[in-house]
Design a protein around this ligand. Structure first.
Ligand code: HEM
Length: 430
């Protein structure tokens, strides 16, 4: 059963093909690529489970992301789902209001909010984290090299990427601090799902985890106001010294950690899988430094476009929501004001009119960088350089130590999430 179509969208919904698609619910996961093919077939579809439109054709997705005047981002992080219970709402009210975030802001306000992030994502700041990345990945490999096998999600990607993105944002590295931050990310994922699909108990736990994170980040903010961090300037330092209020700094620090770790983790696993299944691992092991770096860059980009071959579910970021600001002609329809539309970047990346043989990994496609994996337009991902660098460094470390790994997992283990595609596990042996 899905919710009734809102009356103001009833005519539109009646005119469009309907696509059933609930990636949060396990049995539907196997059907994800079928849903993607259906979304691609028509300019617009109606998504009954979420009461919104779906768009997946590459040109339409790009036009929408480039047109932030007609398509607002104000609902792009949908914490505001109606239908929370009074108990959850009462708990949420104890947290500072998240107001307008960079990712939900439009126009001039977005430009203002993105400015303090400017220094944080420069080439210099990202490369300053490379020594930390190298030592962390080398240490993890030393721990499993003699075992002949490893599960890479929990054994490599999570413990390898977590300290890097934590140090980048400004979180501490004690076990206790990591736990608070991990729980905050778990909570954010819970609260990003429609309340009808999440247990009330989990929602209450999630708000509790956010409140613990809020106390912790408030302490960090006070520290950053007093002093520069010992080793490197971090994002928290930049944000507390900008015009942002404490509430804005808290929510931006929270969302940047979620945005920065989860997708990169899925990308790393997908890239490893592509290198092994496409027979590129050996080539990378044998290559000199420069051609190896070029090969890895090409594999990373193509994997950002297509995802991994065995999962066949598309790139790591599934899509996000925009909402019309007035009447707008789009995809052959006239959309009324306040129409929510989910742009499916993962679907656009599989559009065969732009990428022939879209499910195949083809290195150096001339237009690969036009993929929508990092979005498009004013909200285009700020962490793209960071993600590409982390994944390259993590893979290089493995190439140095494991000359002939094999996949040791026959079934894909896809994540159940509305916004992300990826694996929960990836087992390899050697
Ligand atoms: C493979 C890894 C990544 C993928 C696929 C990805 C994907 C995306 C996408 C699609 C957007 C656009 C959202 C929109 O249009 O509303 C975005 C924005 C953003 N990403 Fe990433 N991201 C990745 C890694 C990172 C990392 C490592 C960081 C930071 C440490 C980061 C921080 C951000 C931020 C702050 C924004 C908001 C930009 C804005 O609203 O102006 N991302 N990302």
């Amino acid at each position: 059963m899905h919710p009734p179509v809102p009356p103001r969208l009833a005519d539109l919904a009646a005119n469009l093909p309907w696509v059933n698609y609930v990636p949060v619910v396990d049995p539907d996961l196997s059907d994800r690529s079928r849903a993607y093919a259906r979304i691609l077939k028509n300019p617009l579809s109606w998504w009954p489970e979420m009461g919104m439109l779906l768009v997946g054709q590459h040109r339409l997705v790009r036009d929408m992301l480039a047109n932030h005047k007609d398509f607002s981002s104000r609902e792009s992080v949908p914490f505001n789902f109606a239908g929370r219970s009074p108990a959850v709402t009462a708990e949420l009210e104890k947290l500072p209001d998240y107001g307008e975030l960079m990712i939900t802001a439009d126009g001039e306000r977005h430009r203002q909010l993105r400015k303090p992030y400017g220094d944080g994502f420069t080439h210099r700041r990202v490369t300053s984290r490379e020594p930390l990345m190298r030592s962390r990945f080398a240490e993890l490999i030393e721990g499993f090299r003699l075992d002949g096998q490893v599960e890479l999600h929990d054994g490599y990607a999570v413990p390898g990427l977590r300290p890097v993105v934590n140090s980048f944002v400004g979180y501490g590295d004690t076990e206790r601090e990591e736990k608070v931050v991990d729980r905050m990310c778990w909570a954010t994922n819970v609260m990003l799902q429609p309340p009808s699909l999440v247990d009330e108990y989990d929602q209450l736990e999630a708000v509790g985890a956010w409140r613990a994170a809020h106390r912790y980040i408030t302490r960090l903010m006070a520290q950053r106001r007093r002093e520069l961090p010992a080793d490197n300037r971090d994002l928290l330092y930049d944000l507390v010294h900008s015009f942002m209020s404490d509430a804005e700094v808290f929510w931006h620090a929270c969302l940047t950690r979620v945005a920065g770790e989860q997708t990169t983790r899925y990308l790393l696993l997908d890239v490893i899988e592509v290198l092994i299944t496409e027979g590129l691992w050996q080539q990378a092991v044998c290559a000199d430094e420069e051609p190896r770096e070029q090969l890895l860059d090409a594999v990373i980009e193509e994997t950002l476009r297509a995802g991994s071959p065995s999962l066949r579910s598309g790139s790591q970021h599934a899509g996000l929501v925009r909402i019309t600001t007035g009447w707008v002609e789009y995809g052959g329809q006239r959309l009324p004001p306040n129409t929510p539309v989910m742009f499916m970047s993962a679907v656009a990346n599989l559009d065969e009119t732009v990428y022939p043989d879209p499910h195949a990994i083809v290195l150096n496609r001339p237009n690969v960088r036009e993929h929508m994996g990092f979005g498009w337009g004013i909200h285009r991902c700020l962490g793209a350089l960071m993600a590409r660098t982390e994944v390259r460094v993590a893979v290089e470390a493995l190439l140095r130590s494991l000359p002939t790994p094999r996949l040791a997992q026959t079934e894909p283990d896809p994540v159940a999430h509305l916004l992300f595609n990826g694996h929960n596990t990836l087992r390899i042996s050697w």
